[in-house]
Design a protein around this ligand. Structure first.
Ligand code: ADP
Ligand code: DP6
Ligand code: CO
Length: 322
């Protein structure tokens, strides 16, 4: 057992995961589909130690954050049949808990580095299953390119599968992240989706529509029809956000600037630009567009939204040891 470092990139879902059928094992109600991004990632180093320790972005983590880490490491230790404690040092090159998927890159990097530190050498499917136990979306960040999280029924058959075995895509696609706020959300994804599942009358309709949206978007990706991909993804995200407004108590991740950004995107569309948006559990918007047009679209958008930071991301790679 020795020290290992892993890098994992974030992924943004085009068909969303927003609810656990089995909260203990993190088995979702519906399958989802994402794109792994090259610009946002986590780097995590894991080393054998006498007690579990966690340092995130140079801050020692104690209390509930450390308890959560230990609970996840316990899952990995049970799998490895060892009680070896671990020291985890991680850096997010993505805002933490702001709806830019830090839990996806964070738990994927942790799974890859910690399983290696525990002496395991696992196939990607097993890494994806284990990462899922830490954060559902993390099972998709094990792979690059477009990734489907096949919901499955049990711990064994719920994992990410890359649409293309090479983990790349020949679709001309980029996502422009509009960083409206990088402060941590008040309602975590975990709490938000649990409240939605328990109380929103719109939730069953969302789950039902996700199945059709997933089939349709896979056909659109195969046909290299970016407009269809964008239309389906944008509508799917809005259906997810609608479930939250109908929850008890109602909640929302929209800020006024989020609505301004959406209006700007709609305005660019009337001018002939091909651009759509998606949005997760946070106020930040991700624009889906052709990589070849992303600079032009970002420039046009800068004029409408001069204060918003923009990052142009392209398809990124899967998680790996470095
Ligand atoms: P996000 O939108 O960023 O994914 P979530 O609410 O899903 O937000 O998850 C945020 C949580 O993910 C953090 O509170 C922390 O528990 C976990 N997390 C984020 N980054 C890391 C990391 N690098 N290593 C381990 N856990 C992380
Ligand atoms: C809106 O994977 O962060 O980004 O499994 O509780 O850790 P936990 O939640 P998480 O939820 C992601 C929700 C989403 C949609 C998606 O990524 O599919
Ligand atoms: Co998350």
């Amino acid at each position: 057992m020795s020290t290992y470092t892993a890098v994992a990139h974030t992924n943004i879902a085009l068909i969303k995961y927003w609810g656990k059928k089995d909260p203990q094992l993190i088995i979702p109600y519906n399958s989802s589909l994402s794109l792994t991004l090259d610009q946002f990632y986590t780097k995590t180093t894991v080393t054998p130690a006498t007690t579990d320790q966690f340092t995130l972005d140079a801050q020692p983590i104690t209390g509930p954050g450390l308890t959560k880490m230990t609970a996840f490491l316990d899952i990995l230790r049970a799998y490895a049949k060892t009680d070896q404690k671990l020291a985890v040092t991680s850096t997010n090159h993505v805002p933490t808990a702001a709806g830019l998927a830090s839990s996806a890159s964070g738990l994927a990097a942790l799974t890859v580095a910690a399983t290696a530190a525990l002496g395991l050498n696992l196939p990607k499917q097993t890494l994806s299953r284990l990462a899922r136990r830490g954060s559902g979306s993390a099972c998709r960040s094990i792979y690059g390119g477009f990734v489907e999280w096949q919901k499955g029924q049990t711990d064994e058959d719920s994992y990410g599968v890359p649409l293309n075995p090479a983990e790349t895509t020949d679709l001309d696609i980029a996502m422009i992240a509009l960083v409206i706020s990088d402060t941590a959300k008040t309602v975590s994804s975990r709490q938000g989706m649990a409240n939605t599942v328990a109380t929103s009358p719109f939730y069953p309709a969302f789950v039902q529509r996700c199945e059709a949206d997933l089939t349709a978007i896979k056909a659109a990706i195969a046909a290299k029809d970016l407009q269809q991909v964008g239309e389906i993804a944008e509508a799917n995200a809005l259906k997810m956000h609608a479930t939250m407004l109908a929850a008890t108590p109602p909640f929302s991740y929209f800020l006024p600037e989020t609505l301004q950004a959406i209006a700007a995107i709609q305005q660019l569309r009337t001018q002939g630009y091909l651009c759509y948006f998606t949005m997760d559990a946070g106020p930040n918007i991700k624009i889906i567009c052709a990589a070849s047009q992303s600079q032009r679209i970002a420039q046009a958008l800068k004029k409408l939204l001069p204060k918003v930071a923009m990052v142009i991301a392209k398809p990124g790679p899967g998680a790996k040891l470095i």
